[in-house]
Design a protein around this ligand. Sequence first.
Ligand code: GDP
Ligand code: IMO
Ligand code: MG
Length: 425
Amino acid sequence: MNSCVVGLQWGDEGKGKVVDILAAKSDIVVRYAGGANAGHTVVVGDTKFALHIMPSGAIRDGVTCVIANAVVLDPEVLRGEIEGLAQRGIDLTRRLFISDNAHVVLDYHKIEDRLREDSLGNKRLGTTIRGIGPCYADKVGRSYAVRMGDFRNLDRLSETLARIVDYKNRLLAGLYGAEPIPLDPIIEKCRIHAQALCRYVVDTTEYLHTAIEAGKSILFEGAQGTLLDLDHGTFPYVTSSNSSLLGMPSGCGVSAKLVDRSVGIAKAYTTRVGEGPFPTELDNEIGQYIRERGHEYGTTTGRPRRCGWMDAVAVRYSARIGAIDEIAMMHLDTLAGLKELKICKAYRIDGKETTFFPANIDRLSLAEPVYDTLPGWEEDLRKVSRFEDLPQTAQTYVGRVEEITGKPVTVIGVGPERSETIVRT
Ligand code: GDP
Ligand code: IMO
Ligand code: MG
């Protein structure tokens, strides 16, 4: 049984929590896209783990973690995660495998990300400044890229880095008048990265196919969300990878035909960090209420997240793109205390109603949400463990999202902790 977990909104839907839960019944968890722009939270008792590159299966004993080809890997961040987990008694020896084809994020990518965003003023994208766009651009451009397998030959890598840093310095000085980046510290850091990480570097495609043939159960962990997908999201306010489920096969070399269960994660409302259109945004005291109750501040950057009503048009679109089987709806508890709740069931664009999400932002920015208004509830849901024990209004709310999206909601989050989860059978 292989499963895939993917975000159906603009990221931060609660993927880390769901992956941690499903990992209990998996042998291997695979991160297939994105990099340290992701921040996946797992809460176990009083302990909170915020993972950026490490698959969220790391917290489960005996689960093997794979970082696949299409991840852009910041070695500094990953080393920090390996050490941080070791300090909490979680040893990754012999249970972490990194693709030799995964591209490496180095300091000059983060510098380039920052310089570009700063230079754009009000045209900036609001990136995480983790070097994601510049690293994927170098991957696609091919001539100035470094991959994890390159750490195996440090002499050759030093020569490559000399060529790359020279190129970057000319580029960044010309475009932004930037100070030159010194080469030696980058080479020195790469030596240290190689020492710490080479032991984990393998051909993960071979590893995964061997595991599939041996009948192992694999869980594929998406990062970001479908609406941030480079090709299917709200371009240019997206990330630089295929963060929808469609990125899974190309990201790790395993066909989507081999996925038995696709779980789309959506919050009971909507959030977004960074710039870009957001039809159901609540730039008012209700948005502020959701932000504070849901602790909606970025796991990676600490930025306040923009909050809004559940956009079931967007979730339905993402569920179609990924051929999602079921939805996990997180943060239902956060909505408690609001008298009325709204669910967006259609958009009005140029006077016409549509239920299809236009990813093109010229059309999306014209979209006026058409809402259903439902009664809210006062009760604290955190101790509820069965769907039937939810207040009737909360059950109706979930049912309405199922009707509009056409997908069953099989998992409901009622709190951040691992156990604060309703699983419907
Ligand atoms: P991810 O990027 O999709 O893994 O999500 P993040 O970890 O960035 O953000 C989700 C946040 O919501 C984290 O702080 C989680 O601990 C928290 N969380 C997840 N599910 C629930 C839930 O059902 N209720 C509440 N109150 N918090 C949740
Ligand atoms: P997880 O996996 C939410 C957003 C950034 C910005 C845009 C581009 O935790 O859900 P980038 O640094 O990727 O070039 O930024 O994408 N973004 C995320 N938003 N959750 C994420 O990851 C995100 N990763 C990137 O805020 O708007
Ligand atoms: Mg996150």
